[in-house]
Design a protein around this ligand. Structure first.
Ligand SMILES: [Zn+2]
Length: 299
C-alpha cells in the first residue's frame, strides 16, 4: 500500500529503527515522524522526497520524475544497479591498482560498484536462488588504538551471501571457492587471462567466493553438487594461546566446507583444497601467516 509523506516531516532523529537499518547502513539519513521516515532520494538526489515506512520497510520516492518504490530487499538490487551505472573507469582503475588486479574490468565483472552515498566499494551477494539479496560495504572502521582500517561489513539483517554467482555456469564441471571478494576477483581474472592449449582456464570452471572462512551455508551446496571443488582458503598459521594450539582459520574453514558439502543430498564429485607450498597440511609455516591467493598471484 502506498503511503503519503506528511507535509511537515518530523526532525527528531530517533534511534535506529528496525525498518530503516538497511537504508541507514547504505548512507541514507532520515528524520522520523511516527511510522514514516523521510530522507534524500539515493536514486534521483531530490531532497526530502524519499520516504520509508518504518514498520514495513517499504520505500517510495515522491519526486515526480523518479517514483521508485519497493521494499528493503529490492532496494539493495536497485541501489546496486544505480551505483553500477555511476561507477567510473577511473574508480575501477584505482581499485585495481590498490588491490593488485591486472585489469580494472575484473572488479566490474565481479559486480563490485562504488557507492554513490559513501565513497566505499559495495560487493553484491547472492542467495541460494541466485538472487541479489545482500550488498556488503567495504567500509572503514577504527581499531582500539584509533587507527582506521578497512573491513567487509555485512548489511544488517541480511546474513551472509555468496559472491560471483552471477558468473556461475552450471554446465562447467569445476568450481573454485575463494576466501573474500578480492581473492575471488583476482582468481577469476587470472583464470580468464590464463590459457591451457589456447583455451582460457575459466572455460571449464566457475569461481565463487565466500565473505569469510566460517560463513559457508549448507543451502549453497547445490552449486557444488557433482562438481570438482577446489577450496582456496588462506595460509593461516595455527594460533597458540595459553598452552592451547588452535588450527588456523583457513584450515578450519576448509574442514567446515568439506563437511557440509560431503553431507549434502548430492555431494561434489571431488573436494580438493590448496596445500600451501606443497605442504602435507593445508598451511605451510614456510610461507608468511595469512598468505592468500593474491599474494600467490603476485608471486
Ligand atoms: Zn527519487
Amino acid at each position: 500500500m502506498p503511503f503519503k509523506p506528511s507535509s511537515k516531516p518530523g526532525t527528531n532523529n530517533s534511534p535506529v529503527l528496525e525498518g530503516l537499518r538497511v537504508y541507514k547502513f547504505h548512507g541514507i539519513e532520515f528524520s522520523v515522524n511516527g511510522k514514516e521516515a523521510i530522507g534524500d532520494c539515493p536514486f534521483c538526489g531530490k531532497e526530502q522526497k524519499f520516504s520509508v515506512n518504518t514498520e514495513t520497510s517499504q520505500y517510495q520516492c515522491w519526486a515526480g520524475s523518479c517514483k521508485v518504490s519497493g521494499n528493503s530487499t529490492s532496494f539493495l538490487k536497485s541501489f546496486w544497479e544505480h551505483c553500477r551505472e555511476e561507477t567510473t573507469n577511473a574508480e575501477y582503475d584505482r581499485l585495481a591498482e590498490e588491490s593488485g588486479f591486472l585489469q580494472p574490468h575484473a572488479a566490474r565483472a565481479f559486480g563490485v560498484v562504488m557507492s554513490t552515498l559513501k565513497n566505499q566499494w559495495l560487493i553484491p551477494g547472492w542467495n541460494k536462488d541466485a538472487r541479489l539479496t545482500g550488498l556488503y560495504r567495504y567500509g572503514r572502521l577504527k581499531d582500539n588504538k584509533d587507527r582506521w582500517f578497512s573491513k567487509l561489513l555485512v548489511c544488517p539483517g541480511t546474513g551472509h551471501h555468496l559472491f560471483n554467482l552471477q558468473n556461475y555456469d552450471t554446465t562447467k564441471p569445476i568450481v573454485d571457492l575463494c576466501e573474500g571478494w578480492r581473492d575471488g576477483i583476482a582468481w577469476y581474472e587470472s583464470l580468464t587471462l590464463g590459457t591451457r592449449a589456447g583455451k582460457p582456464f575459466i572455460n571449464d570452471r566457475s569461481v565463487l567466493a565466500v565473505p569469510g572462512t566460517n560463513s559457508f551455508k549448507p543451502e549453497w551446496s547445490k552449486f557444488f553438487a557433482g562438481k570438482t571443488v577446489n577450496i582456496l582458503f588462506d595460509n593461516d598459521h595455527p594460533v597458540t594461546n595459553k598452552d592451547k594450539t588452535l588450527e588456523g582459520a583457513g584450515l578450519q574453514g576448509v574442514k567446515k566446507v568439506a563437511s557440509i558439502l560431503s553431507s549434502a543430498p548430492t555431494p561434489p564429485e571431488t573436494i580438493n583444497f590448496v596445500a600451501w607450498n606443497g605442504s602435507a597440511d593445508q598451511y605451510s609455516l614456510d610461507l608468511p601467516d595469512s598468505t592468500d591467493v593474491r599474494d600467490y598471484l603476485k608471486g
